[in-house]
Write a protein that binds this ligand. Structure first.
Ligand SMILES: [Fe+2]
Length: 187
């Protein structure tokens, strides 16, 4: 498997988004192997992306924004032990581990009785591994965490501008829309 540069990856994803229209399953299946090749390219996340980690558990860094807002590529740097809130996404996603190890904990849909969410299963992602998110968002409730004792790195491609998500309180399923920011940009 040959490495794919960020520019080539963006070009390929653009072509796929142009070609597949609304078929999200085909779209993420086509992007997944490209993401695996992107993860083989070194130095995608410059050291300056670690600036700010003393004040927050992870940084979100914009690598590419599609000019039409149809997708975005975002690089994360995770402090040891860092953890997201329980959340979902309004779009599809293709998520790859770029270094060390990450864990993804999937949650149940809200309980019809009291709304609470159960942690159903945890998957470990090693460097080079890729997972996909396909709507509907209610079946994609999850959190990510860095179980390694060191920094970890991930690269996410989302099917929107990556500025919105919905955060859940797992005790009662109460959901809050959240606006997300980028700590750094590539250029
Ligand atoms: Fe997520």
């Amino acid at each position: 498997m040959t490495a794919l540069s960020l520019a080539a990856y963006v070009s390929e994803v653009t072509r796929i988004v142009d070609a597949t229209g609304g078929d999200v399953t085909s779209l993420v299946q086509a992007i997944q192997p490209l993401k695996a090749r992107l993860l083989k390219t070194p130095d995608l996340l410059p050291a300056r992306f670690q600036e700010g980690l003393e004040a927050c558990p992870y940084t979100r860094n914009l690598l590419h924004a599609d000019p039409k807002g149809r997708f975005a590529v975002v690089g994360f740097v995770w402090r040891a032990g860092a953890e997201t809130p329980v959340h979902d996404h309004q779009s599809w996603g293709v998520v790859g581990c770029y270094g060390n190890e990450m864990a993804v904990v999937d949650y149940s849909s809200p309980c019809p009785r009291d709304g609470h969410l159960d942690a159903d299963r945890e998957a470990r992602l090693q460097a080079g591994q890729v997972v996909c998110i396909v709507p509907p968002r209610e079946r994609n409730i999850h959190k990510m965490l860095n179980p390694s004792g060191a920094l970890s790195f991930t690269i996410h491609t989302y099917g929107d501008a990556a500025r919105l998500c919905r955060v859940y309180d797992p005790r009662d399923g109460r959901a809050t829309d959240c606006e997300l920011r980028f700590h750094h940009q590539l250029s």
